[in-house]
Ligand binder design. Structure first.
Ligand code: PRP
Ligand code: URA
Length: 212
């Protein structure tokens, strides 16, 4: 795949190792959920490396000083339902004060087009850093729709985190929203005729929630 600006592919061995465990069809729901959370922590650490800091006054046991802190409340974590929910606890472990919004989208099984059924974002949204979570970026339809909703409601500063992405999805999201920084755990080969990522990990929502 060609290198696209604003797309960051993770190369950390821990992330790659954990993605391999997710790919294994023998990995059960319990372990799958735990590993998705761990990957979200590792990817979040990378994706949030440019968070702004401001100095506050702090009193140490030795003396008073000025020292940098982040403003956690200015961050909105927005999972795309259902599968994005599996990544929320990982991001909240990093930024416990973050607000959490939700976008409900499902893909039509035949057309693969996304359909919205829910959208609730923390208000006001325009001043926050918004981190959208979905483990799978396949055709990119759901991601583009999710970012459309956020922008329609005033969101400006948006990052998108996906554990596995297809080149088609990356291209589609980047073409529609070149301003959105995209963090990807691994770029897989292609989509199959059912728009599943190959080799991928199957249906992320079903594997996180134990449905079929
Ligand atoms: C999956 C996945 C993404 C979407 C990706 O959700 O979690 O949201 O598909 O596909 P796309 O890039 O082609 O739009 P799904 O629609 O299966 O819903 P679910 O999470 O409720 O199972
Ligand atoms: N959604 C998934 O959960 N998996 C895929 O491979 C594609 C879309």
């Amino acid at each position: 795949m060609e290198k696209i600006d604003n797309v960051f592919e993770m190369d950390h061995p821990l992330i790659q190792h954990k993605i391999s465990i997710l790919r294994n069809k023998m990995t059960g729901t319990n372990e799958f959920r735990k590993i998705v959370e761990e990957i979200a922590i590792l990817m979040g650490y990378e994706a949030l490396r440019d968070l702004p800091l401001h100095d506050v006054e702090m009193v140490t046991p030795i003396e008073k000083c000025r020292t940098p802190v982040i403003e956690g409340k200015k961050i909105a974590i927005v999972p795309i339902l259902r599968a994005g929910l599996g990544m929320v606890s990982g991001l909240l472990a990093l930024v416990p004060a973050a607000k959490v919004g939700h976008i409900g989208l499902y893909r039509d099984e035949t057309t693969h087009e996304p359909h919205e059924y829910y959208c609730k974002l923390p208000s006001p949204i325009d001043e926050r850093l918004i981190v959208v979570l979905d483990p799978m970026l396949a055709t990119g339809g759901s991601a583009v729709e999710a970012v459309n909703f956020i922008k329609q409601r005033g969101g400006k500063n948006i990052k998108f985190m996906a554990i596995i992405a297809a080149p088609e999805g990356i291209r589609k999201l980047h073409e529609a929203h070149p301003d959105v920084a995209l963090y990807v755990g691994h770029v897989d080969r292609e989509l199959n005729e059912d728009a599943y990522i190959c080799p991928g990990l199957g249906d992320a929502g079903d594997r996180i929630f134990g449905t079929k």
